[in-house]
Write a protein that binds this ligand. Structure first.
Ligand SMILES: [Fe+2]
Length: 249
């Protein structure tokens, strides 16, 4: 049995085809492929998206995903939450599961602390509110200027960053585990790791600060994350993944 990880898929699961991921020929439902946030398979709820999820369900392995900053949190919230391998998940298909924030899962004899979410940084034009009667005109101006923007409830959700309750859940579960896990899985990185990747502290936020505390206080063997659209190993423990598929254990 095996666990594989990959970075942001943004609704494009072509890297999970048999041709690009031939290892799956030997995998079963007890093997896992984890997408480290910005899954993008719960985005507009349309028929093509449903077919993509059905296709994922037909893969021989079980797909797990963290949430990132590019998920439709309204649609995601509509899926029921169940207990699974020691933590909470939302099945979007029987074998395609959203790993909820702050949970610790036991898989193949290893423990995984999972905490998704990230702050969007590709919104120089800001977030437009459809409740504002002028938003379409503003959007047109931004498009004409080539400035990226997002629309509240359509392409951006405040839930991209964790709530106070989710931080508290994470703390309680880490306390119960004495802050010792085998793996940490997140979408974005702790402050210090993010600085090393970006060369700036400009994108620090409450989540990256919380993850910095986890990185300093928790004992773990390896930390895997996505979000920054490149693959890189930082120090000995921090693995940034994008399109690579890496075997964890
Ligand atoms: Fe992201």
């Amino acid at each position: 049995m095996a666990i594989y990880c990959t970075g942001d898929t943004h609704g494009d699961f072509s890297r999970l085809s048999v041709r690009q991921f031939p290892e799956q020929k030997a995998l079963t439902r007890e093997d896992y492929l984890i997408v480290l946030g910005d899954f993008g398979g719960v985005w507009d709820g349309g028929r093509p998206e449903q077919h993509l999820l059905d296709e994922l369900e037909r893969r021989p392995f079980t797909t797990l995903f963290l949430d990132g900053n590019h998920e439709n949190y309204d649609l995601l919230a509509a899926y029921p939450t169940i207990s699974w391998h020691g933590g909470l998940v939302q099945p979007v298909r029987p074998h395609v599961l959203h790993l909820c924030r702050g949970q610790i899962f036991q898989l193949l004899g290893k423990s995984f602390f999972v905490f998704g979410g990230a702050a969007s940084h590709d919104i120089q034009g800001g977030v437009l509110d459809p409740a504002d009667p002028d938003w379409r005109r503003q959007a047109k101006i931004l498009r004409r200027r080539g400035v990226s923007y997002r629309v509240l409830g359509q392409s951006w959700w405040p839930e991209e960053l964790p709530s106070p309750e989710e931080y508290e859940t994470a703390r309680q579960n880490l306390d119960a585990a004495h802050w010792q896990v085998d793996y940490v899985l997140t979408h974005c990185a702790p402050d210090s790791v993010q600085h090393a990747i970006l060369g700036t502290a400009e994108q620090d936020n409450a989540l990256t600060a919380f993850l910095e505390k986890v990185s300093r206080h928790a004992a773990f063997s390896a930390w895997y994350f996505g979000h920054y659209h490149r693959s890189q190993v930082l120090g000995e423990k921090y693995h940034l993944l994008y399109t690579d598929i890496e075997k964890l254990c």
